[in-house]
Design a protein around this ligand. Structure first.
Ligand code: SF4
Length: 375
């Protein structure tokens, strides 16, 4: 179960933005700025499970990589146990050690691990599973004997159902199924004894029948290893499965911004942000919660370019509830009801000028069909 939120966070993102420069297409001079992530603040606690959900290109992977120190933020800071990751890295580069810091750059790197969507490409094809799994133990626990390493690896292979372990340990990655490769990737990350694992679409490539099994395994191991998970997914049903069992939270991202975050009960049963309702509609396993609506609840199917995000609330070009003020002002992520859920929408504020503002005229390109389907 997730730990109480009044503990100090394990990881804190403070007003984090990540912008990329991209050359213009068709030989046009100059570059444009991609607003991959804008002004996101998020705390992750020990033994926590947070799922970030949104359409492809919404910035969730970039945010995940920023959280574990792989991607440098353009603005804002990322803190590991209160210590700035990038300042620590800079000092370590200069002085080769931890200086006055409590945690060294090396320790932070070990503490924040990642498993990818395609485990096949992250497991070295030239090494056996035993060699692949021995490497983190040799590096981080050099005092361990070869016999102890083998016992630990076989024990974990057994635990995740890869038996007989000796047989699987001697195989090469290409001799495993996708589900078995992902289990090996998970074991390899856990052998680093991490505080947090970023699981980036880690179950998307698996057969549907294996996804729930893999998520349950992740949660079992999470409890055993005292690890937190930052789970990136485009599928709200998977995010619900994982966070509901773990007492975690679901964060919804749209065009680089976090627009709603709360418990799975709040997000799935009582969504407040209009975009969360769109995602629910677009998730076939959860659609009945939005009633019998034939068309997606959006004004337009067009997703704006992250190089040119709309003014005001970024969702206003697609939001059925948009009013004039939404085109001008940007809502901040607030806990409107004092129940821990935070939403970035003026509709959460009873006295906001939104309520006196004119509704936007109907969009000629109002949504038709089901092009919003994402799962
Ligand atoms: Fe829609 Fe306005 Fe709320 Fe944005 S602030 S989600 S445009 S109602």
């Amino acid at each position: 179960m997730s730990r109480a939120r009044d503990d100090d966070p394990l990881l804190s993102l403070r007003d984090v933005s990540v912008h990329f420069h991209k050359e213009r297409l068709f030989g046009l001079a100059g570059s444009e700025t991609v607003h991959a992530v804008d002004d996101v603040s998020l705390d992750v606690y020990e033994n926590d499970v947070v799922a970030l959900v949104g359409e492809s290109g919404c910035g969730k992977t970039t945010l995940g990589k920023t959280a574990i120190g792989i991607q440098r933020p353009t603005d804002g800071s990322v803190l590991y146990r209160g210590q700035d990751i990038w300042e620590t890295k800079a000092k370590s580069g200069l002085f080769g050690g931890r200086g006055d810091d409590e945690h060294s750059a090396k320790e932070i790197r070990r503490s924040l691990q990642m498993i990818h969507q395609d485990p096949g490409s992250s497991l070295n094809a030239n090494y056996t599973i035993e060699s692949i799994l021995s490497a983190p133990l040799e590096r981080w626990q050099p005092e361990m004997t070869e016999a102890d390493r083998r016992a630990r690896i076989y024990g974990l292979l057994d635990y995740v159902g890869m038996t007989p372990a000796k047989d699987f340990a001697g195989r090469y990655p290409h001799q495993l199924s996708g589900g078995e490769q992902q289990r090996v990737a998970l074991i390899r990350a856990l052998l680093m004894n991490p505080d947090l694992i970023l699981a980036d679409e880690a179950i998307s490539a698996l057969d549907v029948s294996l996804r729930a099994e893999m998520m349950d395994l992740m949660l079992e191991l999470q409890e055993q290893f005292d690890t937190s998970f930052l789970f990136i997914s485009h599928n709200l049903a998977n995010a619900k499965h994982l966070t509901q069992r773990a007492g975690g939270r679901i964060g919804i991202m749209y065009l680089g911004e976090l627009v709603e975050i709360g418990t799975p009960e709040q997000i799935i049963h009582d969504p407040q942000h209009p975009y969360t309702k769109v995602l629910l509609w677009a998730t076939s396993d959860l659609r009945n919660r939005t009633g019998d609506i034939e068309t997606p609840p959006v004004r337009s199917l067009d997703i704006p370019e992250p190089t040119d995000p709309p003014s005001g609330c970024r969702f206003h070009t697609r939001c059925l509830d948009a009013r004039t003020v939404c085109t001008r002002d940007c809502p901040s992520l607030e806990d409107h009801d004092g129940d821990g859920r935070r939403t970035a929408c003026f509709r959460g504020e009873a006295n906001h000028e939104y309520w006196d503002s004119e509704p936007l005229a109907d969009d000629a390109d109002a949504a038709e069909g089901s092009a919003v389907e994402i799962d």
